[in-house]
Design a protein around this ligand. Structure first.
Ligand code: HEM
Ligand code: HEM
Length: 541
């Protein structure tokens, strides 16, 4: 290009900066391809954003905390401004957390934001996971992203655990002791693992420093990688959408990323930040000064982990204290069985997408979401899982429930023991019935229209309620779902007339498939013929 041409208009400064950056980073084509990316709108798609924003808030506040927190178990005598603790011997970790709370400007607020954001982060992940689960958004091609999400949930729980263990207060020390007990119950390697983790006898002088590296670097680093991969996959697969007129498995109806979605997302970030900051400013969380420093021979009453660790806690509290003694070795089943059950309960939900596609034999891509009622078996399983989780949470807080509701702690423990087996089954049956009932209602609405509440008297004296036909859009939405046929075992003999061997696994698969789709497990949706016949006959009934 000629530079001597003075008449030529100089490009505006913004454009020149953009040109400069593009020449070096090549981002123009990337941005051009993605800026107009379409995102569908639904309130439940904001749950993933809540996870994202609370994670960002955790990192921002976490970095501030690292400036003042001392991850050391060296003992010091406290001389800070919290008078009741002055002169008390404590670890540097505990003393520095007291300093953050009382002497660092804004320290207590930031600590509380960090802690509240962590609680909301894990809760957000569970609710987001349930949205994805109940709408079937985990189906092909999103199974791998479901697993990434699941790993984020598990890592988030453990990052939280290592975080609330850092201040080395009486509550967190009790939690770490609990974990060490669980490790010790592992046959053969338990003792070695515990010595390795704690650098010798519990508590030793190392675990805060070790948990610190794990908490601020290792786990958040892995989570960050997974999160980026998670979001790239959301972009790559495109977001799912609910059925509606004009929406197909091959298109996405919604708003472009820029400017609409970015503006909304930006605003929503500040909303989430604002709400968490307001909660943290009002509601005290983890007041370590009321608990005091950790000493292995002390324990506080009413000790509770953060809510997401309540589930394993419930398993341990409800499990009878069984032990087996063999050849001079003790197997502590009372702790070891819960330790095995904890991952099993979690993994049962992680593997669901693979089980569902195996049972249904459905290998197609799905970009249109299910309404939970139209997948009754899946929905019932999800509700059963939540019910199990809640039963165990009650178990984890059995002392609190006993105290606040004036109940016997033993009755609560027995409720949890029985409820662990019974409540999910009940939840499954009730949910499935409700889903089928709602499917019947949908069918009725499509065929007979909406009940208007207007009662008409006919000339011969009969009273009828006027039913109003649904608008076309609603008819579409209520009948857009697919209905599947259950798998069949196939002929008992092959094409040559030779008896065909049917394996047990195949029989199980067919049985499960019938559980999903056989008669009675889904209500046939209204067909066009049925609709026309009824509409032609009468407008009301
Ligand atoms: C750090 C935690 C997480 C973050 C920040 C996150 C973020 C997001 C965002 C922003 C979306 C798109 C908007 C939405 O549908 O809500 C999304 C979609 C998705 N997430 Fe997550 N998520 C997290 C954890 C999880 C977990 C625990 C699961 C499941 C176990 C999961 C599974 C999925 C799936 C399958 C999609 C695609 C959904 C669709 O296209 O309809 N995510 N995630
Ligand atoms: C998913 C990620 C994270 C979760 C769930 C989480 C959770 C927690 C929790 C619950 C505490 C106890 C707070 C208290 O004293 O009441 C804590 C402490 C702490 N966290 Fe995190 N955190 C995360 C990531 C980070 C990151 C990325 C950093 C640093 C870059 C960090 C730095 C710290 C520090 C320094 C403490 C000790 C100070 C204190 O206890 O007040 N955290 N964390």
């Amino acid at each position: 290009m000629s530079t001597s041409d003075n008449n030529q208009r100089k490009a505006p400064r913004g454009e020149r900066v953009a040109d400069w950056a593009d020449g070096r980073l090549g981002i123009y084509s990337l941005a051009k391809a993605n800026m107009r990316k379409i995102f569908p709108d639904h309130w439940s798609f904001m749950l993933g954003e809540i996870c994202l924003y609370s994670f960002i808030i955790i990192i921002l506040t976490g970095v501030y905390l690292t400036l003042f927190f001392h991850p050391s178990m060296n003992e010091v005598v406290y001389h800070g401004s919290y008078v009741p603790m002055q002169g008390v011997l404590m670890s540097e970790a505990f003393a520095s957390t007291l300093d953050i709370s009382f002497d660092v400007r804004g320290g207590l607020l930031i600590r509380q934001i960090h802690h509240w954001a962590a609680l909301i982060f894990v809760a957000g992940m569970i609710v987001h996971m349930m949205r994805v689960f109940f709408t079937g958004a985990f189906r092909k091609p999103r199974e791998v992203n479901w697993v990434f999400g699941f790993l984020l949930l598990v890592l988030g729980m453990f990052t939280g655990f290592t975080g609330y263990s850092l201040p080395d207060d009486l509550l967190s020390g009790t939690g770490v002791r609990f974990m060490q007990g669980a490790i010790l119950s592992v046959p053969v390697v338990g003792t070695y693992l515990s010595f390795f983790l704690f650098g010798g006898e519990f508590p030793g002088g190392d675990f805060v420093a070790r948990f610190y590296s794990v908490h601020i670097l290792l786990l958040p680093g892995i989570m960050m990688g997974l999160l980026v991969a998670h979001l790239i996959l959301v972009f790559y697969h495109k977001h799912t959408q609910f059925a509606g007129p004009g929406r197909t498995n091959n298109n996405v109806v919604g708003m472009p990323l820029l400017p609409v979605y970015m503006a909304k997302a930006g605003g929503f970030f500040f909303l989430v930040f604002g709400v968490i900051a307001a909660i943290a400013a009002i509601a005290s969380i983890n007041p370590i000064w009321a608990l005091g420093p950790y000493r292995p021979d002390h324990v506080s009453t009413g000790a509770q982990p953060d809510w997401y660790m309540g589930m394993p806690e419930g398993l341990i509290r409800a499990m009878p204290g069984w032990e087996i003694n063999l050849w001079g070795h003790t197997l502590v089943l009372g702790v070891f069985v819960p330790l095995v059950l904890f991952p099993l309960v979690l993994v049962s939900i992680a593997v669901w997408p693979f089980i569902e596609s195996w049972v249904t034999g459905d290998k197609r891509e799905h970009h249109i979401l299910d309404r939970p009622r139209n997948a009754p078996t899946r929905t019932a399983f999800g509700v059963a899982w939540i019910a199990e989780y809640i039963v165990l949470l009650i178990g984890g807080g059995n002392d609190m429930f006993a105290q606040y509701f004036h109940l016997s702690i033993n009755s609560i423990t027995w409720f949890v023991r029985i409820g662990f087996f019974v409540v999910p089954v009940l939840a499954f049956i009730v949910t499935k019935r409700i889903c089928l009932g709602l499917q019947r209602r949908d069918r009725d609405k499509v065929l007979h229209g909406r009940e208007t509440g207007i009662i008409k008297r006919l000339p011969h004296g009969e009273f009828v309620e006027v039913h109003e036909p649904l608008p076309q859009a609603s008819l579409h939405t209520l009948t857009a779902h697919e209905q599947y046929e259950p798998l069949e075992l196939g002929p008992a003999v092959d094409e040559n007339g030779v008896e065909r061997k049917v394996g047990r696994i195949e029989k199980l698969r067919v049985k499960l498939s019938k559980g999903f789709y056989a008669e009675g497990n889904q209500i046939p949706k209204a067909t066009v013929e049925e609709y026309r016949e009824i509409q032609a006959g009468h407008g009301h009934h």
